[in-house]
Design a protein. Structure first.
Length: 131
């Protein structure tokens, strides 16, 4: 497990909850213009993190998620060591992919998403750490 992504309407308000009330350590805030999202990563004491996602516009995938489902868990991310190899194996098995090739994520990570159609309704993110 790499992290759990939580869609929020206001990053500032959510940071107050996760940092100030829950005591998680804020690791960083990033703006991902190409994904139209602002994210904050929190450490929970182990390797797994919580990622808060605030949309940067009504055409952001996170904004669409918030419209239909409201605030809450948006995706689950798992760590892989060879993201291109994993994507190829999944494609060969007929898994529906959102991304057939990895793209740049926050903190220098390579990421790709697997469609919820193939994972019982859960948007799955594959994450490869920088080498």
């Amino acid at each position: 497990m790499d992290h759990v992504g939580v869609a929020v309407k206001s990053l500032d308000e959510a940071i107050k909850i996760y940092r100030d009330l829950l005591g998680f350590e804020l690791k960083g805030i990033h703006v991902l213009k190409e994904r139209k999202v602002k994210v904050a990563f929190f450490s929970m004491g182990g390797e797994a993190q919580v990622e808060l996602l605030e949309p940067l516009g009504s055409d952001s995938p996170v904004a669409k998620f918030l419209e239909t489902r409201g605030e809450g868990i948006q995706h689950v991310a798992v760590r892989v060591t060879d993201i291109e190899g994993v994507l190829e194996k999944l494609k060969q098995k007929g898994v529906v992919l959102v991304d057939e090739k990895p793209r740049d994520g926050a903190e220098g990570k390579k990421i790709a998403f697997v469609s919820p159609k193939s994972t019982k309704g859960v948007l799955m993110e594959l994450v490869q750490l920088p080498r």
